[in-house]
Design a protein around this ligand. Structure first.
Ligand code: UD1
Ligand code: MG
Length: 459
């Protein structure tokens, strides 16, 4: 089985400078979803027909390892779906009578591999197998024409349909499996004498009937699986459908979602037992939550893991981090890439961390920047502490031993090391190492000026 994915169209109704199939659903470009589904359905080879924004699409996907074998084909002028499939003819193996060509659309993103497998099963006995849909919303879609014996004999596009044919509610999803042996001949026989002056792939159905070949149809129940995206409203609709499907699965697994319509997973989320997720939470990339993890409202978590018993409070943003057990983060904390929090760490409001390893039981409860740091166990980072990691050109590291106490509003100018049990007086600027058990005071001595007069207001 070989797959041909049609993705050359511009997507005029998206009103976007970007190719349509790059637009994302669930955080993933639509075309990426279709390619992944084709791989899952065991495609032996994958041909993707691109046209509008071809270079951008290729550049975007060539980075993905499993897409290395994709055969990108250019359809310079979009002369119709039949013409698009024709671009793949020289690449496919049409000598093997058992080979099947499965045609997918790059803008039908939610098609499932098990549906395709059913269609492929049907295609073993039939030269053409269509995936059709029964719907009252048949507007703009190709109508399936059946004879008195209920056999499919043609597909008629809406623009070419008679008033009577327009009433037909069985429509073409566009997805079909075609015998590879017959395909080149049928494509060569297509013409564009229709309302849109296009080479319709759908016309091969009538040609197959002419040649005495059998046509079968698999009618799908879930409309969303074959819903194409032509505009932003359809994109938004499928995004909701996908989110609701994912969130229903989470609920089934026992995850508590305070409101399943207000949690978005734009990637993969794996949850342990007794996980609670409040409203307006977004997960991106790959996120793992352990047992008894609680996520507050308005939290965004990307490519991170959070271990058992940790609590993420409202408005916190976490990216590229590994969070230990029984930690508490937020509200309103920002945990940036390279952050590793060991067990029982506490990060409070308006604290930002980046490339920081923070040891067990350590705390930074308010207003701090901790960048390029290694912090031992049971340290306390006072309010307003800044790790000055950047000299304007290079980044430098700060290390703290165990049980270090940093007084409020201090700056630690990296590179600098503070050994075990050191104590920094509030308001200090520390730019040289502090030996263990020392108090470091890095500020000017306080002067009190007696008899000083406040300024008075001038007229
Ligand atoms: C097509 C079908 C119609 C079906 C509908 C389902 C034909 C003639 N009609 O109509 O029966 O009900 O899909 O959504 O096939 N494309 C190219 N090159 C082209 C033309 C199209 O790559 O020259 C791609 C588009 O990017 C898109 C797909 O093929 O991914 C479908 O094209 P589109 O123009 O949307 O076809 P429809 O008119 O919707
Ligand atoms: Mg369409």
């Amino acid at each position: 089985m070989e797959v041909v994915i049609l993705a050359a169209g511009k997507g005029t109704r998206m009103y976007s400078a970007h190719p349509k199939v790059i637009h994302t659903i669930g955080g993933k470009p639509m075309l990426q979803r279709v390619i992944e589904t084709a791989i899952k359905a065991n495609a032996n080879s994958l041909h993707v027909v691109i046209g509008f924004g071809a270079d951008r699409i290729k550049n975007h996907f060539e980075k993905i390892e499993s897409f290395k074998s994709v055969n990108w084909l250019l359809q310079e002028h979009q002369l119709g779906t039949g013409h698009a499939v024709q671009q793949a003819v020289s690449s496919i193996n049409s000598d093997d009578e058992n080979n099947t060509i499965l045609v997918l659309y790059g803008d039908v993103p939610l098609i499932q591999a098990d549906t395709l497998e059913k269609l492929l099963k049907l295609s073993r006995q039939n030269a053409v197998s269509l995936l059709t849909l029964e719907t009252e919303n048949n507007e703009g879609l190709g109508r399936i024409i059946r004879n008195d014996a209920n056999e499919v004999v043609a597909i008629v596009e809406e623009k070419d349909a008679t008033a009577e044919q327009k009433h037909i509610q069985e429509v073409n999803s566009g997805i079909m499996a075609i015998s590879a042996m017959h395909l080149p001949d049928w494509l060569a026989r297509l013409d564009n004498s229709n309302e849109q002056a296009e080479y319709y792939l759908t016309d091969i159905v009538a040609l197959a009937v002419e040649d005495g070949c059998k046509i079968s149809a698999l009618t799908i129940a879930d409309e969303n699986e074959v819903q194409g995206v032509n505009d932003k409203s359809q994109l938004a609709h499928l995004e909701r459908q996908l989110q609701m499907t994912n969130n229903s699965k989470l609920l089934e697994q026992g995850v508590t979602l305070r409101d399943p319509t207000r949690v978005d997973v734009r990637g993969e989320l794996s949850c342990g037992q007794d996980v609670e997720i409040d409203v307006n939470v977004i997960f991106e990339g790959s996120v793992t939550l352990g047992n008894n993890v609680s996520i507050g409202a308005n939290v965004i978590i990307k490519d991170s893991s959070i271990d058992d018993g940790s609590v993420i409070l409202a408005n916190t943003n976490i990216e590229g981090a590994s969070i230990g057990k029984d930690t508490a983060i937020g509200p309103s904390a920002r945990i940036r890439p390279g952050t590793i929090l060991r067990d029982k760490v506490k990060i409070g409001n308006f604290v930002e961390t980046k490339k920081a390893v923070i040891g067990e039981g350590s705390k930074a409860n308010h207003l701090a920047y901790i960048g390029d740091a290694e912090i031992g166990k049971d340290c306390n980072i006072g309010a307003g502490t800044i790790f000055c990691n950047y000299d304007g050109v290079n980044k430098h590291k700060t290390t703290l031993g165990n049980n270090v106490f940093i007084g409020s509003n201090s700056v630690l100018v990296a590179p600098v090391n503070l050994a075990d049990n050191t104590f920094v007086a509030a308001g200090s600027a520390i730019n040289s190492d502090v030996p263990s058990d020392n108090l470091a005071v890095g500020r000017t001595k306080q002067r009190n000026i007696s008899g000083w007069k406040r300024p008075v207001k001038k007229d």
